[in-house]
Write a protein that binds this ligand. Structure first.
Ligand code: MGD
Ligand code: MGD
Ligand code: SF4
Ligand code: MO
Length: 709
């Protein structure tokens, strides 16, 4: 029996896995406090994909005929596959420079592999170009946390504090589908009488738990929050002594929200003024309260500002750093938190250090045993990496732990770019949509086959045991990187016998940084069901509750930011009159690479279904079994459709868990937040028409005229 953890979301529920002779059982672990002995449907099925018949079990090279990938693969032995790959990398770097190779990582990788991947890019490849799927995921919350609090730990408090809160505001976070085992904490608060508010353009299983659900049109969060802040200040519901002692920037905020009266907010957003007042009063006057946000408010060109504004709610009411209080940007991926701390990001070194800062470069290069001058500088963000490939500046790419052909915005450009590469190496469990375009596909190790540490949404670092050896004696992900480094002549920097050796180096590299893991050891993790970072020395027991006494800015004060609401990148117009927003379903995970191969989950949601408001269905003259054509400035697709009475009439929602013609990212806009470089997955303008008889319905022209009037 192995003490494992589900491979999917950031809750990282404890999973007891027993493997024997091709058989397995998976049960909830009773001893892991976070998941309170529970698993959601994905957790129970987590091992299914690991044993799927389509697992990639040996290295493969794709036959290229007349410059095109043929879809025909042949197996190559590990040693010669890695030698050929190293040779190709060297060839490209000799011809086009070190910077012609890039790396793309993922937030499901362990801390050890994330750390190693950052080091591999900077030391083995000597390229600045590394980024990862977390750029699509948490980067706006990360930037906002750094700006407001001086540090980015998604949740500033442990999960159990949710149960102690008297008021909960859940904005753009659908925990009932995305972190289902968090629900018991919310229910405990509800039982104690907590007032619960959800803010989302549609009804979701999460909004069903709310006392008030605000059906907000996508892109309107900052206007709405300015209204809440206005009421709190106007009615003197703020915590003046907290503001005075612990924050900076309040006077500017007061000015900035002065004109956002509830009546004006109602005019701008359609949210009734009395509702704005009630929510503001309830949150501010409750003894304790927590604000949780997620991708709904972040995946926008104004994502950093949206998140900062929600943080303001906690800061002006003094609801942070004490019992039942805090702010949480709910992390998404298994290791979404740890994966963004140790150097997979284009501008980052381990311990959340900045690669542009001289002292940071010196610290990390001393740990790595290299001269600080030789470390590359900052690279570019995930989507911009594909733009650089498209422009011919990057010739080779290594992808580990992501399926960007499905998950990137404006995916046609990503595909076009990947076609131009001279070398694409993918390390994955499956021949994903991205792997199909690769020259080389190397077997990746699953969550059951590799030990290591991860950091859950609370900032709790924990140890995950290996449940079985990788199939056919295959190497683990970290071993592939080490061998490649050796073949590139940099083996001296990649001498590890086990994951723990990498972790011990990570501890030293992170020491003194913002995300300080120095005091965390494997031994401590195993004995304590995890340790919360920061944990700066071995005698330290970790930091579950942050900011009890001070924030992480040098003067100890949090920064209040005044937000002037801005338009999305692509507002609706006559030609594209609806807002497309995208997100998740309970049954599937991200690009679907794993869950579409998990039959018990896949059969519950075999294809994407668009959600639209009944009034829109009428306008489009949809009939039973009608299908819907969605068209944006970048692409078009046809999907099944269903009516959701609780969705904002301006909005159509589509999940993104499918590839090829069912991928919604053919339509999404590649506009990026100016600070975080996170794409606007939650908002783009589309037209919609009945697909079974588009001409006859003539619906689109009709709506366009209607909306214009
Ligand atoms: N089942 C499942 N669970 C998952 C995942 C999965 O793929 N499947 N993925 C994991 C990962 S990596 C992540 S990042 C998290 C994501 O977790 P969430 O962020 O909770 O998930 P989303 O569905 O992307 O978006 C949340 C909600 O934002 C709403 N929304 C859209 N636009 C706006 C807006 O302008 N304002 C507001 N207030 N809300 C808006 C959407 O309607 C949606 O209900 O989930 C994690 N858990
Ligand atoms: N339209 C739209 N697009 C979105 C979003 C949205 O809300 N709307 N959300 C964005 C967000 S928040 C995220 S996080 C991204 C995620 O998007 P992706 O990065 O595409 O996510 P995954 O499907 O998890 O891809 C992980 C891949 O790595 C493989 N893998 C998993 N674990 C391991 C491992 O340990 N080793 C190896 N070698 N391989 C492994 C899996 O088989 C899979 O192919 O999508 C983003 N894209
Ligand atoms: S809540 Fe998340 S971690 Fe827990 S079982 Fe479900 S998908 Fe896995
Ligand atoms: Mo994510």
């Amino acid at each position: 029996m192995a003490k494992s953890h589900c491979c999917f979301c950031s809750m990282q529920c404890g999973l007891e896995i027993e493997v024997g002779d091709g058989e397995w059982t998976a049960k909830p672990r009773k001893d892991f406090p976070v998941s309170t002995g529970r698993l959601c449907q994905k957790g129970f099925q987590a091992p299914v994909h690991v044993f799927h018949e389509s697992r990639v079990l040996s290295p493969r090279k794709q036959l290229v005929t007349e410059g095109e990938q043929s879809g025909e693969w042949h197996e190559v032995a590990w040693s010669s596959a890695l030698e050929q790959i190293a040779q190709d990398i060297r060839g490209l770097q000799t011809k086009h420079g070190k910077e012609s190779i890039a790396v793309f990582g993922g937030g499901s990788l362990t801390n050890e592999v994330s750390y190693l991947l950052g080091k591999f890019a900077r030391i083995a490849l000597q390229t600045p170009y590394i980024d990862y799927n977390g750029r699509y995921c948490m980067s706006s919350a990360a930037a906002a946390g750094n700006k407001a609090f001086g540090i980015d730990r998604g949740m500033t408090m442990p999960l159990e504090e949710i149960s102690n809160a008297d008021c909960l505001i859940l904005a753009g976070t659908n925990i009932a589908e995305c972190q289902p085992t968090m629900i018991p904490y919310v229910m405990a608060a509800k039982k104690r009488g907590a007032f619960i508010v959800t803010i989302d353009p549609r009804n979701t299983p999460t909004s069903k738990l709310a006392d008030v659900h605000v059906r907000l049109q996508p892109g309107f969060d900052s206007i709405f929050v300015n209204g809440l802040l206005h009421v709190m200040i106007e009615e003197e519901l703020i915590d003046a002594s907290f503001i005075d002692a612990r924050t900076a920037g309040f006077d500017e905020l007061k000015e900035a929200v002065r004109s956002f009266t509830p009546d004006r907010v109602e005019e701008l957003t359609g949210v009734v003024a009395a509702v704005v007042r009630t929510i503001a009063r309830k949150f501010a006057s409750s003894h304790s309260g927590i604000v949780l946000t997620a991708r709904g408010v972040e995946q926008q060109v104004n994502g950093v500002e949206n998140t900062l504004n929600y943080m303001n709610l906690c800061l002006i009411t003094g609801k942070i750093g004490r019992k039942g209080c805090g702010f949480g940007a709910v992390t998404g991926q298994a290791n979404g938190q740890g994966g963004r701390e140790h150097g997979q990001k284009a501008d980052q070194l381990p311990g959340y250090r900045s690669i542009a800062e001289q002292s940071a470069r010196e610290h990390v290069s001393a740990v790595w045993g290299v001269d600080a001058e030789t470390l590359p500088g900052p690279g570019v963000s995930a989507y911009e990496l594909f733009e650089k490939i498209d422009a011919g500046e990057i010739k080779g790419l290594l992808v580990l732990g992501s399926n960007p052909v499905v998950s990137s915005p404006n995916s046609s450009l990503v595909k076009q770019a990947l076609r131009k590469l001279e070398l694409l190496v993918v390390i994955d469990l499956f021949e994903t949509e991205t792997a199909r375009m690769a020259d080389w596909l190397l077997p990746g190790s699953s969550f059951m086959e590799a030990e290591g540490t991860l950091t859950n949404l609370e900032g709790r670092v924990f140890y995950r045991e290996r449940a079985m050896q990788p199939p056919r004696g295959n190497p683990e992900d970290y071993q592939i990187l080490c061998t490649l480094a050796r073949l590139l002549g940099r083996g001296a920097y990649f001498q590890y016998e086990k994951a723990e050796d990498i972790f011990n180096e990570l501890r030293r590299a992170s020491a003194g940084g913002k995300a300080d893991y120095y005091g965390i050891t494997y031994e401590k993790l195993k004995a304590n069901n995890g340790v919360f970072w920061p944990c700066p020395d071995p005698s330290h027991s970790g930091t579950p509750m942050m900011f009890s006494e001070s924030f992480a800015h040098p003067d100890g004060k949090a920064r209040i930011h005044s937000i002037v609401p801005k338009l999305p990148a692509e507002p609706v117009d006559q030609q594209y009159p609806y807002v497309l927003t995208t997100g998740r379903l309970a049954n599937h995970y991200l690009s679907g690479a794993q869950t579409r191969r998990t039959e018990p989950l896949n059969k519950k949601a075999p294809q994407p279904i668009a959600e639209i408001h009944p009034s829109v269905a009428d306008r489009l003259k949809l009939k039973l079994n009608s299908r819907l054509r969605l068209t944006s400035r970048r692409g078009t697709m046809i999907v099944e459709v269903k009516v959701n009475e609780g969705i904002h009439p301006s909005t159509v929602f589509l999940p993104f868990h499918w590839g090829d013609e069912l991928s919604v990212n053919q339509l999404t806009v590649p506009a990026l937040d100016p600070v975080s470089r996170m794409p606007e997955f939650k908002l783009c303008a589309v037209q919609m028409e009945r697909a079974d008889s588009v001409k006859e319905a003539g619906a689109y022209a009709e709506i366009a005229a209607e909306r214009q009037s």
